[in-house]
Design a protein around this ligand. Structure first.
Ligand SMILES: [Zn+2]
Ligand SMILES: [Zn+2]
Length: 292
C-alpha cells in the first residue's frame, strides 16, 4: 500500500525494491520479509508501525514509529536510510523504540551518518525495558517483553483497547452515566486484547516467559532452525528457536495465525516446508504460515 504522501518520494520505474510478502488478517495487514543473517523487517500499515529494519522498501519510510527487537545488523541496517528518506520527504522525526542498553549507540550511529552526510537525521530514540508499556493512541498500546538472545533484546505485543461501561452502571440512563462521569466517577474500564505479537530473535524461553505471546491473534515467531538432529544446547546459546521447540508446545498456541519466519539460509524453502510438514502435517489446524 502506497499512500499519496509516499508517492512523491520515488518513481517505481527507477527503484529496485527489497521484496516482501503481505497477508491480511481481519482489519490489519502483516507485511515483511525475514531470513536469518540476510534481513528482517515487518510493517503493519494500519497501526502505522514497524518491527526491525534490516532493509527498507521506499514506501516503508512513511511509517512514523519503529520497534527494534535487537540491534544485530540484519535487523537494523536500514536505519540511517530510513532517517534520511524521512528527512528528504520533510516528514516529522520518527519514534524509534529499542532495548535501552543500545540507545546511546543508536544515537551515535545516527550522529555519525549525519556528519558523513553533512545534514541532520532527526529521530526520537526511546529505550525500553521488559514490562514497559507504550501508549500509541486511544486504541493502541504496545508492551515490551524480554527475550533470550546473546545481545539485549525485546519482543513486542500490540494490544487493541477499548473502554467498556462497568456492569454496575449498565442499567443507568445515558444522562445519569454522564453526570456520574462528570462528577469524577470512573464509569468504564479498559479492555485490552493482544492483537499482534512479535517475538524477534529469541530462544523459545522468550515465548514461555510471557504467555501473552501464545494468546495474541497473530504471532510472528522466529524458527531459525528446522532440520532434525540440530544440537539443542548450541541453539540455546545462539538464542534461536528450532522446529522441535514449536512441536513440543503445539497445544499452547491459542493464536489464530502463526507466522514462522527468520529461517536459516542453510535451508531452501522446499527443505523447510518438508521438515515442517513432516512434523506438523496439519500445520497447527491450518493456522501456521511459513513466511518465505
Ligand atoms: Zn536475526
Ligand atoms: Zn539476532
Amino acid at each position: 500500500m502506497v499512500n499519496s504522501q509516499d508517492e512523491s518520494l520515488y518513481n517505481e520505474d527507477y527503484i529496485e525494491q527489497p521484496g516482501y510478502r503481505t497477508v491480511p488478517y481481519e482489519h490489519i495487514t502483516i507485511e515483511g520479509h525475514s531470513r536469518a543473517a540476510i534481513q528482517t523487517f515487518w510493517r503493519i500499515p494500519e497501526y502505522k508501525l514497524g518491527f526491525d529494519m534490516g532493509a527498507m522498501p521506499w514506501e516503508y519510510a512513511g511509517v512514523p514509529r519503529w520497534f527494534f527487537s535487537h540491534m544485530h545488523m540484519d535487523h537494523c541496517l536500514a536505519l540511517p536510510a530510513y532517517l534520511a528518506r524521512r528527512r528528504m520527504a520533510k516528514m516529522p522525526p520518527p519514534d524509534v523504540y529499542l532495548p535501552e542498553e543500545k540507545v546511546s549507540e543508536a544515537r551515535q550511529l545516527a550522529g555519525v551518518f549525519a556528519r558523513l552526510d553533512q545534514g541532520k537525521l532527526p529521530c526520537n530514540f526511546i529505550g525500553l525495558r521488559d514490562g514497559d508499556t507504550v501508549e500509541l493512541s486511544r486504541e493502541l498500546v504496545v508492551t515490551a517483553s524480554k527475550t533470550m538472545h546473546p545481545v539485549p533484546s525485546l519482543g513486542y505485543i500490540v494490544w487493541e483497547r477499548k473502554k467498556k461501561l462497568k456492569p454496575e452502571y449498565a442499567s443507568l440512563s445515558n444522562d445519569a452515566i454522564r453526570n456520574l462521569s462528570l462528577s469524577g466517577t470512573e464509569v468504564s474500564r479498559e479492555l485490552r486484547h493482544p492483537k499482534v505479537a512479535y517475538l524477534g530473535d529469541s530462544s523459545v524461553e522468550g515465548l514461555d516467559y510471557n504467555p501473552d505471546f501464545y494468546r495474541a491473534d497473530v504471532l510472528i515467531v522466529e524458527m531459525t532452525f528446522a532440520s532434525p538432529g540440530h544440537r539443542r544446547d548450541s541453539l540455546r546459546r545462539h538464542g534461536h528457536i528450532h522446529l522441535d521447540d514449536i512441536v513440543a508446545r503445539r497445544d499452547k498456541f491459542e493464536n489464530k495465525l502463526i507466522i514462522a519466519s527468520h529461517f536459516s539460509v542453510r535451508y531452501s524453502d522446499y527443505q523447510i516446508e518438508r521438515f515442517v510438514r513432516r512434523q506438523i502435517p496439519d500445520m497447527l489446524d491450518g493456522r501456521l504460515i511459513l513466511w518465505f
